[in-house]
Design a protein around this ligand. Structure first.
Ligand SMILES: *[C@@H]1O[C@H](CO)[C@@H](O)[C@H](O)[C@H]1NC(C)=O
Ligand SMILES: *[C@@H]1O[C@H](CO)[C@@H](O)[C@H](O)[C@H]1NC(C)=O
Ligand SMILES: *[C@@H]1O[C@H](CO)[C@@H](O)[C@H](O)[C@H]1NC(C)=O
Ligand SMILES: *[C@@H]1O[C@H](CO)[C@@H](O)[C@H](O)[C@H]1NC(C)=O
Ligand SMILES: *[C@@H]1O[C@H](CO)[C@@H](O)[C@H](O)[C@H]1NC(C)=O
Ligand SMILES: *[C@@H]1O[C@H](CO)[C@@H](O)[C@H](O)[C@H]1NC(C)=O
Length: 488
């Protein structure tokens, strides 16, 4: 009997698939398009009680050698997988107005020249979850430690990826996720160097890209928002001047005490009266949030939207009108508008969950998680300090800014970049489109030690997902050390 037991056990071991093959996805209900590279979806434990979900899509070109991009959406609380099916993966929704679960091939997918690992971070976002509520509390350091745990497990199943250049990408609050993750992986690599006898491999970490990202709570969100409005001709000069002279400041999530001396509250009210109807995430588009949910054009309200509730709390007493009027974003606009099944419902369906190796009993799909937002405890540090350290270790860092975003604004980026005091190695250079010959896409400026600022002209908070051919070209060239701006 015993012998037989061992035999069966060894047989089971023999046929047991590597974890990554257990996570292989070859078909998802609702998508009739053939996958042209290998897709994987599943979980890795980051603690005994917390599971992080990922979607990994191999490069369509040379997965053996092409770089790996780890992608984080922001929030905290916004799902990355939503960006996959909305924008960046090889198969995306046909309409970014209705977000119906009706798909087409994406000629501009990041997977053309990279393998992309979408991680839903932290717990309660997308399909990621915690077994117990008390395990779902997170801060910038703890999530980064969790992602390090995740990456060690993931690379354990994908040892060949230790040979591919690795970049981390984050949007919005992901402006903290990307640097903190890079920092955690960097620390791990540094520690390996102390142990000459180790057989463990360092992560092939090359750098990060932050897009309209949180970087310095002394500038954004909110503080340079008024400067951004001013730069867009929305305020009388005298009002702006008074606001600046009085040093009025409100901070993200109470990370520091607000400073609202003297007339600041009154000035805030006057500013609100002027800018209240502008859309804070993109000053040049119509403010769909002023319409009832059922009538909104969701094109500009999708995945990178933040949870509005926090903001209204912060400015409770300061009242920038647009914050107050905005309804809480839980994808409501999308849910109410599409005629057929939209991608939130689709991702939440038992069939799709099952295909993606998600246990329907364990988790619902959450596009914007209020729980994750509330349970995220931002520190006052933000991420500028990480830029200041990492530039000295040979990493490539890119900060990309849509220049019509008022919440994480270009005027804000100028403030913290100036404070970093890096020598300029390439002056302000226009970035021209390759496809639409000579048309302006944006600008770039390079600083000593591989730090690049890129702007996307006329794009708002989701600049990374805008300009469907030019931005992916820029990212490709950046990760391949090819010329930027791209010339072909
Ligand atoms: C992950 O944690 C769960 C318990 O929450 C456990 O059942 C499972 O075996 C763990 N998996 C791994 C690979 O550690
Ligand atoms: C990107 O992929 C295309 C094939 O789709 C290939 O022709 C091209 O050489 C690749 N670019 C780089 C930089 O590897
Ligand atoms: C929604 O906005 C997009 C982008 O501005 C536009 O192309 C589209 O026509 C709009 N849709 C409707 C129904 O207004
Ligand atoms: C997800 O599905 C569950 C039932 O499986 C349902 O109760 C929940 O409301 C759904 N959530 C969304 C956002 O559709
Ligand atoms: C899914 O959502 C429904 C409705 O809000 C809720 O009753 C159910 O407990 C949720 N399921 C999980 C696994 O969280
Ligand atoms: C900048 O990046 C390139 C390409 O990765 C690398 O060869 C070079 O050493 C880096 N330079 C600095 C100053 O870090």
């Amino acid at each position: 009997m015993k012998v037989q037991g061992i035999l069966i056990a060894s047989l089971l071991c023999g046929i047991a698939l590597a974890q990554n093959e257990q996570h292989r996805v070859t078909k998802i209900p609702g998508i009739d398009i053939e996958f042209k590279s290998r897709w994987y979806s599943g979980y890795y434990n980051v603690t005994t009680y917390q599971q992080r979900h990922y979607l990994f899509i191999e490069s369509l070109n040379k997965p053996e050698t092409d770089p790996v991009l780890v992608f984080f959406n922001g929030g905290p609380g916004a799902a990355s997988i939503m960006v996959a099916f909305g924008y960046n993966s090889p198969i995306v929704v046909k309409s970014r107005v209705t977000f119906e679960a009706d798909f087409q091939e994406n000629p501009h997918t990041w997977c053309n020249n990279a393998s992309v690992l979408f991680i839903d971070n932290p717990a309660d976002v997308g399909y990621s979850y915690a077994e117990r509520e008390k395990d779902a509390h997170t801060n910038d350091f703890s999530f980064a430690r969790d992602i390090l745990t995740f990456m060690l497990a993931f690379y354990g199943d994908w040892p060949s990826l230790y040979n591919n250049p690795l970049y981390i990408v984050g949007i919005s609050y992901g402006g903290n996720y990307a640097p903190y993750t890079t920092w955690a992986l960097h620390q791990y690599n540094q520690e390996l160097k102390l142990d000459a006898s180790t057989s463990k491999k360092p992560f092939p970490l090359k750098g990060f890209i932050a897009a309209n990202g949180v970087t310095d709570f002394e500038t954004d969100p909110y503080i340079q928002t008024v400067d951004a409005y001013n730069a867009h001709n929305a305020l009388p000069l005298a009002l702006f001047k008074q606001w600046k002279e009085n040093g009025c400041r409100v901070y993200w999530q109470g990370v520091k005490p607000d400073r609202l001396p003297g007339p600041c509250k009154e000035l805030a009210q006057k500013i609100s009266d002027n800018v209240g109807h502008m859309y804070i995430y993109d000053m040049l588009t119509m403010n769909e949030e002023l319409k009832p949910a059922s009538e909104r054009n969701t094109t500009h309200l999708q995945s990178t939207r933040q949870n509005i509730q926090d903001i209204s709390r912060i400015i409770k007493d300061h009242r920038f009108k647009q914050f107050m009027d905005a309804p809480a974003c839980d994808g409501e606009g999308i849910l109410q508008q599409s005629n057929g099944m939209n991608i939130i419902e689709w991702l939440n369906s038992t069939e799709v969950k099952t295909a993606l190796h998600v246990n329907p009993k364990k988790t619902n799909f959450t596009m914007i998680s209020e729980t994750a937002f509330v349970n995220f405890h931002s520190g006052r540090e933000s991420s500028r300090w990480i830029y200041e350290q990492l530039v000295h270790y040979g990493y490539k860092l890119m900060h990309l800014m849509g220049d019509t975003d008022a919440i994480l604004s270009l005027p804000g980026a100028w403030q913290w970049i100036k404070a970093m005091n890096l020598p300029v190695t390439r002056e302000w250079t226009p970035w021209l489109s390759v496809r639409d010959e000579g048309q302006l896409v944006g600008y770039l400026k390079e600083y000593s030690k591989n730090f690049t600022l890129v702007t996307v002209h006329g794009s708002g908070h989701d600049a990374l997902n805008s300009k469907d051919s030019e931005v992916p070209q820029l990212i490709r060239n950046f990760i391949f050390d090819l010329p930027i701006p791209p010339t072909s």
